[in-house]
Design a protein around this ligand. Sequence first.
Ligand SMILES: [Zn+2]
Length: 247
Amino acid sequence: MAAKDLVPVPDILSMRRVIAFSPHPDDNEIGAAGTLARLIEMGAQVTWVVASDGAMGSFDADAGPSIVDIRKKEQEAAMAAVGGTALEWLGFHDMTLSRHEEELAGRVYQVIRRLKPDLVMAPDPWCPYEAHPDHRTLGSVVATAAIMASFPLVHPEAGPGVDAPSVAFYGTAWPNTFVDVTALFDRKVAAIRAHESQFPGMQADLITFYLRAQASEMGPKAGSELAEAFKVLSPFHLHFYPDAWQS
Ligand SMILES: [Zn+2]
């Protein structure tokens, strides 16, 4: 057996307590709405945790604070379209996560230690060419928290240590897990359309067209028509395991 196969890849659909971390309102839906809908249908408790307020998500220089309120409402509607009912905001300003990494980490440890997930989701911080610092920072903080949340001396203010969760990265270049979302893809489309300020008019058609094309490419790997792709790793993969990228 090859070294890369020695540590088994966790089964994403067997997870029952899931936290889906999103840098901005809309990332969870773009990356994982179909799989989140499936997990909810299978009885998993899924909590959306959105790190930033999405205040930069406008081409209108005069958008002002109203864009934050608009995006909050859109996020609630998008989550409802997926079937979710639990949403928490970490309250950081858009485009500032890298500047507040330590504080962000403290908040992420708090949420993980309070909700005790068996799986956390986040954008893949090692996706090549990912240029958005909020995505790289949140993905990296969540990955570190997944291996360190069980150590009570790390961020002790965030509560006692808990079992280390597995991680599913969406927006990944090296997926190892493909989830059949054929029956739930309409929910994903509805969730994307709920983010109206981000995808006005034709843009909603363009992004859903792209996401459907991507899902049909991944489908055969799940033995289905449409699939979402993830890099799923256990805590063992996430430290001193150079084979993880090909696991
Ligand atoms: Zn984003």
